[in-house]
Design a protein around this ligand. Structure first.
Ligand code: AKG
Ligand code: FE2
Length: 223
């Protein structure tokens, strides 16, 4: 390593893998994992620092696919999003923690996860995300969804809960309060879910682990 390389050298973080092991166990038994206040504190802090540094102008209305216009999209989802690029130290720490999770899951379950993408999302009061799945069988390459929450002392009366349904016939589901430090991981194709209308501003991170979609030598970029 020359002096320049040495100056920019970032040691690989070593993360506590106990939480990854819990996730893997849950994925094997149910296909989803709800980790109430399970985010390591330094990851929560990094995400909060990162999120607070984003200006309103950097948040963009989320779409639901190229074909839809925003009017249609508004009826489905009302959040505003900002992709996490890893350009700040805190953003990079988040991405490296998710990469460590990806490697752990691949080693344990041979899922062949290839890349990860994530964005901050903000739901202003009254905004929601109607019931949907994050990936359709045989289409796209998102296989594992991750949602993490950043809100202090969220109450049931604040609305904005994630409702995770166990299959397409489930109408009851299980509710998750979007409280700071709580995160959820689930198989993207298998679990319909929705965000109930939030009654106060709701901050979260949504991310997806993807498999490599390369076919016939056409290279699939990570995003
Ligand atoms: O914020 C949540 O609880 C879920 C968000 C979601 O389903 C998505 O962005 O696809
Ligand atoms: Fe979703």
């Amino acid at each position: 390593m020359n002096r320049e390389q040495l100056a920019s050298y970032q040691p690989l973080h070593v993360f506590d893998e106990a939480i990854f092991e819990n996730i893997v166990d849950d994925l094997v038994t149910t296909g989803f994992s709800i980790q109430k206040h399970g985010l390591p504190d330094f990851i929560t802090q990094a995400l909060l620092t990162c999120q607070r540094s984003i200006s309103d102008a950097e948040y963009k209305k989320a779409g639901i696919g190229r074909a839809e216009n925003y009017q249609t999209a508004e009826k489905v989802r009302g959040d505003e999003i900002c992709w996490i690029t890893g350009s700040s130290e805190e953003g990079a720490l988040w991405l490296s923690w998710c990469e460590a999770m990806q490697q752990y899951i691949n080693r344990s379950l041979f899922m062949g996860l290839f890349s990860f993408e994530s964005h901050f999302a903000c739901y202003e009061p009254g905004k929601f995300y109607k019931r949907h799945v994050d990936a359709f069988k045989g289409q796209g390459n998102r296989v594992l969804s991750l949602v993490a929450y950043l809100n202090d002392s969220w109450q049931e009366t604040d609305g904005g809960e994630l409702v995770l349904y166990f299959d397409e016939n489930d109408q009851i589901g299980t509710k998750v309060l979007p409280e700071k430090g709580t995160f959820v991981v689930f198989l993207s194709e298998a679990f319909p879910h929705e965000v109930l209308p939030a009654l106060r501003t709701r901050h979260s991170v949504a991310g997806w682990f993807r498999v490599n979609g390369s076919v016939n030598d056409s290279i699939d970029p990570p995003r």
